[in-house]
Design a binder for this molecule. Sequence first.
Ligand code: UD1
Ligand code: CA
Length: 479
Amino acid sequence: MNTKGFAIAIMAAGKGTRLKSKRPKVLHEIGGQALLLHVIAAAKTLVPADQIYCIIGHEADRVKATVESTGIRFVLQEEQLGTGHALQMVKAYFALSGEPVPQNLLVLSGDVPLIKPETIASIAQLHLAERAAMTILTAVPKDPNGYGRVLRRTPDGPEVTAIVEQKSLKPDQLSAPEINSGIYCFETSALFSKLDLLSTDNAHREFYLTDVAAMLVADGRRVVAVKAQSVDEVLGANTIAEMMHLDAAMRLETASRLMASGVTIFRPETCIIDAQVTVEPDTIIEPFVQLLGATKIGSDCRIRSYSVIQNSVVADNVTIRNGCILDGAEVSNGAILGPYSHLRPESRIGEGAHIGNFVETKKVTIGKGSKANHLNYLGDAVIGAGTNIGAGAITCNYDGVHKHQTTIGDGVFVGSDSTLVAPVTLASGSYIAAGSCITEDVPEGALALGRSRQTTKPGWVATKKAKQEAKKAVEETQR
Ligand code: UD1
Ligand code: CA
């Protein structure tokens, strides 16, 4: 729809007392992202960022720092005296800044994060069609307890007479089923004309934005309600339990979207998949997998149980066996990881390479078809193609002060339990004997042995045993 003449205010200044948490409510996360960021994302699909006014107050700096990059504007509500007071601050902001007052103001709540852009657009549309002064988005959930209730003039008509907060419900209103979502569209001048008339004469001693409804009705203005398509979309997050309910709903939606596009997810309710994650068709995800942040997974991959993959890019045909942890890694086509590989930031695993059990990598590039299958640490290294890193071999990249680079060419064989003391270069085709401590560069095709030569003493065990027994015999005769 055309949202010209509309601005959006997002109320996000509250503390969220019911959460019993140090973190401001709107920074709690669902689907891997702060509540407020979900609301801002929805708002940005309807109006430009500079037409979005976010009301902040409790821990304002922290909230601002988290969402600043979205380019929206901020309105400070230093003391949080209620939702009506929050909008008073918006009115004052326009008066002070001289920015043009938008004709219509959509008001969203920072703690109602599943709201869809289509739904916000539909209330804006209805608001214009109904020539309303205020349009309220509502729902009829299974349990309306805790929400403000919207009272209609007639059961089937759109007109509203008032919004009554939970604590102010009269006994005969307690069963009123239709809740106020906290999402509204206002004719801005009508809203602004009533804000200064609000009082705190109520159960919470707060300025209620919801009181504006009855005030407008008293003036003969039209206040209408529209039910949201889905109840889940307008559920608030006032407690951790409510938040986790929304988190589950959001992740299930993400999993459903992926499954609809051809991804197989076994037991999707056990997987934690962030909203921005992409997975290509024919990839199979086993139970208890986490795909987080900006992760992208290609097609025909298999991701086995208990793997946690964050901000990583995985190409096609990759097998990630059980229990791998990837963070900021890039994995090329056909690679095989795990079980229990730990790929830390800037790990780049080449085509068809194998990274195996208990191998940790960091800032490393591993070439096509190379293998590090057992118990390695590979950090600050470039490893060529077709190289084999034996069991237990490690790069010693840190001298206690600085990090140093290890360079390993193509087709190198690094024997088991070798320690490669960086900076060091093993040229292509070189061969490192098992158990070597390598401190000097190894030229192409050379064999390097960096360990003391083995000494073997034939018959040593029998001789030692005979000596011990003789000693014992002497001791016994002396007793
Ligand atoms: C509010 C509504 C209630 C509705 C419910 C829907 C009022 C009086 N009540 O109640 O009818 O059913 O939302 O979820 O509006 N905020 C500020 N400044 C303040 C106080 C709150 O910015 O001074 C922000 C909060 O951060 C939050 C939003 O406004 O994002 C709603 O506040 P909250 O205290 O959660 O209101 P509810 O009790 O849920
Ligand atoms: Ca709330």
